[in-house]
Design a protein around this ligand. Sequence first.
Ligand SMILES: NC(=O)c1ccc[n+]([C@@H]2O[C@H](COP(=O)([O-])OP(=O)(O)OC[C@H]3O[C@@H](n4cnc5c(N)ncnc54)[C@H](O)[C@@H]3O)[C@@H](O)[C@H]2O)c1
Ligand SMILES: [Zn+2]
Length: 390
Amino acid sequence: MMHLRSVTCVADKAYCVRMERGLLAHDNSWLAEVIGGRRTIIITTTSVHRLYGECLRMYLEWHKVPAVIHVVNCTEATKTLETAGGICEFAQSLDIDRRGLLVAFGGGVCSDLVTVAASWIRRGIGHVRIPTTLVGQVDAAVGIKAAVNFRDTKNYLGCYCPPEQVLIDPSFLATLEVRALRCGLSEILKMAIVRDTELFELVEAGHGSLLRSRFVEPRDSVDRVLGLAIHRMLEELEPNIFEDMTYRRLVDMGHTFSPVLEGESAFSIPHGEAVSIDTAVSAAVALHLDLLDSSDFERIVHLLRAIGLPVWSPLLTTALAGRALAHARRHRGGLANLVVPTAIGAATFLDSVEDELLRAAIATVRDTCERPSAVSATPGFTRPAARAAV
Ligand SMILES: NC(=O)c1ccc[n+]([C@@H]2O[C@H](COP(=O)([O-])OP(=O)(O)OC[C@H]3O[C@@H](n4cnc5c(N)ncnc54)[C@H](O)[C@@H]3O)[C@@H](O)[C@H]2O)c1
Ligand SMILES: [Zn+2]
């Protein structure tokens, strides 16, 4: 065999995540400058179009931006190859060229679909994300990966595809349903539990007013919570942004049992609620292993419940959790790498978890729902060989 040459493939890409209110105000030229005269399709969802479509249209006219608005039914059930293909078909019908741009104006489902479509069209055209949900603003829209669901597997097909920009305007959150805001708080708490005590305390102290005002007030607290959550998320993602350095990612906390649970519920349990249940079970696993003390466990579960998030579902059986761990092992290089909290603001990874421990952890969160203050660890589990605590 003749070795001809090694080829290094490095795509030197960078993107900016920016936050400012009043994105669609006439005197704000931010979006118009980002589009910069390119042929652009702004993909949005039915509800976002109903709420902000007119305002967007007036903005585009005012700034003479050559963009077409395309409304797509973006739900978990339609986050599919076919819907992403439909976006490509629309782009083809407009003869979008290599310099063309897609803009995702909606929640996490919209930004996942648009990112996947942008990565396909002419093998990759530019895209910009304007997340309008809390999950989108602190999570789905700020990283580089996106996926669609395939057959019965959530997020099975996807890509790593950096956006050109992420434009975050917290004022869009004012029209979100409280249930969707709670889902966003679930992702924020995921970040807080593994990395940031201050963020946890801010949510602990402020979730009531944040939810009541729909993230309008108090403005300082909204900015601090969003800013910290996004900052921590990006700090965690950046060193391993293509997920090719390690399969051990702190941001996977709450994301081991949740994808299978979402699928099992036929997506009637939204992503953020599934993450909350997963977080509670992961914390209970740590409690049973004596990796987390009971006061921190109670604090986590109490806060999730005080926000109005579920911590248990009858669909969450030991068999389902075992299946989810098997999926996780296939996805994470052979080990479960279950992220479990060891304190508020710190976490560690477990290579594997026995069924008996899963059963006990699920029973603990179920009991917690019935008796809010009764939290007891079942003794008898041995602490696994310590992985590097973070
Ligand atoms: N790619 C990633 O890294 C990543 C990370 C986290 C989550 N996700 C994905 O994101 C999805 C969840 O995103 P989501 O929680 O934003 O849900 P979503 O996109 O389904 O949006 C929820 C609902 O809110 C509506 N909506 C959006 N903005 C609104 C607004 N400002 N006012 C009123 N209604 C509004 C939407 O139209 C939709 O009906 C899941 O598919 C999940 O897998 C992806
Ligand atoms: Zn998530």
